[in-house]
Write a protein that binds this ligand. Structure first.
Ligand SMILES: [Zn+2]
Length: 460
């Protein structure tokens, strides 16, 4: 029942506006990342990249996508998933609030009235946001016990997250002054009040269909839950695996957000392995089918996370510093995974700082005096920014762009408009762009923004 029409641009403007309001809330989901390719989602996933063209996926759906008998999806930035039974239906994630109405309309041939249950796999707006549209007086609203706290902290930090989200999801944030955008966003930020909080497992039956809501933390937060249909071997995973299956998990989102922990994720992956699902239904992109394929992907992910975790802990115990470990720890070839969302090196740091926090035993870190404070002095000692810029250019040429960035930052601290320093910075960023291959979405967007900013200053 899939009506896939990647050429349709019918709903682009409306969805762009929708994403504009609520993209602000993308405080960290797996697939707040617009992604895809002209080949549709399968093509997008094939090369392990996240690009900026999710439109090919979310536009043009003309009818519910039937995953299995009685199980339907409406696609969007976040999908709405329905399980229809003889006694009513269950909604698992509802996409963004602004697509909820469209999703309801699209799914109306298979589900009318209010849901018997709605289940939020976690508090991110592209999952919990659209659920309100399905809630009536008797609807049971299910979430994990950590959900209210996740929702609270994400909402409380809207002014902090908003400019950051603008870097990573620029078209999702309206081009309004913050003084207008923040209250507007707050007004629309989805607020869900669960009526049933799950600790570890909650089982229920509806119209002959058995459901198990299980806690699967460690992926996109402590409040992550998955929904298991034991009689069908189907698992709804929200953002548990991220937007591509299988992939290295986003243990730390550079946009900011609480660190996610490796070992609870491994436990959750083992839990999924024990279930032996035949279909997994994430809330972004299409379901993944095949018991063996799923088992292999989950096993590889689990072993990769364990490998990096253990190597990090071993390095910490041997007194290696975090930068060395970020550089040295690599997945062995048999455990390689897509790094389109998280990166292994960032995961190393997340594991380190998840255990040991931010103090890396360098005395100045204990005090509110950053290294930047003395950069102008160093630049003066070097005879001005020109010498530093020259050295930065040499480092770029020598294939050491990060050192060049350190140097140009020093020079620019003394003279923010120093052209040779800006040019060295630009050249260093371009080398990093080239090296990154555009594979990791967050890194790609961050570097892009840095390049644009540098180019803008150079023009002025
Ligand atoms: Zn998400």
């Amino acid at each position: 029942m899939t009506h896939w029409n990647p050429d349709s641009t019918r709903t682009i403007p409306r969805l762009a506006v929708a994403a504009g309001l609520f993209g602000l809330a993308f405080a960290g989901c797996g697939f707040d990342d617009p992604a895809g390719s002209s080949k549709g989602p399968a093509g997008a996933l094939a090369d392990g990249r996240l690009t900026r063209e999710l439109e090919t996926f979310w536009h043009g759906q003309m009818a519910p996508h039937e995953v299995a008998p009685g199980i339907y999806q409406a696609h969007g930035v976040g999908n709405t998933n329905l399980v229809v039974t003889k006694e009513g239906f269950v909604v698992i994630d509802g996409g963004l609030p602004t697509s909820a109405e469209d999703h309801r309309k699209l799914l109306s041939p298979v589900a009318s009235g209010d849901a018997r249950y709605v289940i939020a796999t976690h508090a991110h707006a592209d999952h919990a946001g659209g659920l309100s549209a399905w809630i009536g007086e008797d609807t049971i609203v299910v979430a994990h016990r950590e959900f209210p706290e996740s929702q609270r902290y994400l909402t409380s930090l809207v002014p902090f997250f908003m400019p950051r989200n603008k870097i990573y999801y620029p078209e999702s944030v309206p081009d309004l002054p913050e003084v207008i955008a923040v209250p507007l966003f707050r007004q629309f930020y989805p607020h869900l009040e669960p009526t049933l909080l799950v600790d570890d497992t909650h089982r229920f039956e509806l119209g002959g269909e058995r459901f198990e809501v299980i806690h699967t933390p460690g992926a996109e937060g402590a409040d992550s839950i998955s929904v298991w249909l034991p009689d069908r071997k189907i698992l709804f995973t929200g953002d548990f695996f991220g937007p591509i299956f299988p992939m290295w998990p986003n243990l730390y989102s550079i946009r900011g957000e609480k660190t996610r922990f490796a070992l609870p994720y491994i436990e959750s992956l083992n839990r999924v392995l024990d279930l032996a699902p035949e279909i997994i239904v994430p809330s972004h992109f299409l379901p993944v089918e095949g018991r063996e394929k799923i088992r292999e992907g989950v096993t590889r992910t689990r072993d990769a996370v364990q490998y990096v975790h253990d190597a990090t802990v071993e390095g910490m115990n041997k007194g290696r510093d975090v930068y060395t470990l970020m550089k040295e720890i690599r997945l062995p070839p048999e455990l390689e995974l897509s790094e389109a969302h998280g990166k292994v090196s960032w995961g190393v740091r997340a594991i380190w700082e998840g255990y040991a926090g931010w103090f890396h035993h360098e005395t100045p870190q204990l005090y509110a005096v950053p290294p930047q404070r003395i950069w102008p002095d160093v630049v003066a000692l070097a005879g001005g920014p020109a010498a530093i810029a020259q050295l930065a250019s040499e480092r770029v040429a020598a294939g050491r762009p990060v050192e060049a960035l350190h140097l140009s930052a020093m020079a620019l601290a003394a003279d923010p408009a120093h052209v040779p320093s800006l040019k060295a910075r630009l050249a260093a960023l371009e080398v990093l762009q080239q090296r990154s291959g555009g594979i990791n979405h967050s890194e790609t967007m961050w570097l892009k923004r840095q390049v644009e900013e540098t180019q803008r200053i150079l023009k002025d």
